[in-house]
Design a binder for this molecule. Sequence first.
Ligand code: FES
Ligand SMILES: [Fe+2]
Length: 390
Amino acid sequence: MSALSVASLPPIPPAASLQARARAAVDQSRADARGQGGQVAVDDYRCTTRFAQELSLFRRHPQAVAAGQSLAAPGSWLSLTHLGTPLLLVRQADGELQAFLNVCRHRGARLVPEGSGENARAFACPYHAWTYRADGGLRGVPQAEGFPCLKPEESGLQRLEVTERAGLAWVILDPGQSDLDPAAMLEPLISDLAGLAGMQTPQAFAPRSYEVEANWKLLVDGIFEAYHFKVAHRQTIAAMFAGNVQLVDEAGLHRRLYLIKSNFAREQPGPEDFEPRRYGNLTYFFFPNNLVLVQPDHAQFSCIEPLSPTRSRIHEITLIPEAPASEKAVMHWQANVDLYRRTLAEDYALAESIQQGLASGANEFFNFGSYEYSIPRFHAQLAQQLDHGH
Ligand code: FES
Ligand SMILES: [Fe+2]
C-alpha cells in the first residue's frame, strides 16, 4: 500500500491566479496531480467503531447549520437537530447570533421543538416550565423554593461557539470546546469565499434536506476528482466542462477545487480576461463535511450530516445575491437548482451503489489514481485528526 503523505502543500493562492495552472492543465489535458494515488480501506466506510470516532470529530469542527439570513431580525430563532444534537440559534437584540444546546438544565427535556419563529422573549420548557431568556439565561423556576441550592446564574442554557461567515452560521456542537474558535478554524479559506461578489450576505433559496443510503465519505470523495465527469455526468453537465482537469488547493484541512469549463479551452482567456467564476466552478470544502459550490452568479451550499455508517442526510441551500424580485428571477434560480440536483442525483446514486457493494468482499481497498490523489489524502488527514482526538 502506498504511503499517504499529509505533508503540507503550498498555501492557497488567490482564485484569480488559477489562470496559468488552468492553461497548463487544459494544454496537457490532465489535472495538476500534486500528489500520488493511493488506497483506502473499504472497512473505513462501514465500521461502526470508526463511525463513532468520526462523529466525535464532527462535533469539534464547525458545522454550517443555517443561512444567517434566515435569522436576520433580532429575536428570530431556529430550533434544529444536527448530528443528533438539539440546537437553538437565537438572534440577539444587538444583532449577534448565539447558539445553545436546546436542552433544559432541570432534567434535560428538549426546550424548543424543531421549527423557527420571531420575537423570542423567553423559552418555556414543556416539562416543568423552567423559562430561559433569549440570551440563554435562566429566567424563572416555578415553585423555586423546592430548589434551595440552585444557582440560576450557572443554570442557563449551555452556550456553543458560533460564527457567521459567507452567509452561513457555523457552530461547534461540543460544549466542552469553548477554547475552539470556529472563525479561526475556517480561515483562510472562508475569507477567500466571502470575498467573492454576493457571498457576504446571500439570501437562502430553495433549502431542502434529504437522505442518501451511503457513508458520508463516499459523498465527499466524489467532489475531489473530475475523473468521473465525462462518464457519470454525461447526461447533465459533462459537456460544460473540460474533462478530467480539476485544480486543487489546500488551506489546512480545507480545500478549494477548480473545475475548468470548456469555454476556457475555447476562448483561451489571458490573465487580464480571466474571471474564475466564468471559466470554471469553484468548490470550497470545509473539513470534514461542508461544501460551497460557487457558480457565476450564485452558490450552492451542502452539508453532509452522517446519520449512521451507511446513511447520510444532505442539507442544501442555494445562496443567491438578493431575494428574487420577479417570477422570472424565481424561474432562473429554480432552473439552476434543478440542474444542480439532477447532477448530484447522479453522484449520490453511484455512492449508494458503492455502499451496497462494500460488504460483498469484492474489494479490501479502493485504488485511487494520481488525478484522484486528493481523496486518499483527505482520508489520511481524517485518520490523523481521529488519532489526535484520542
Ligand atoms: S425538564 Fe425542563 S423544566 Fe423540567
Ligand atoms: Fe460528480
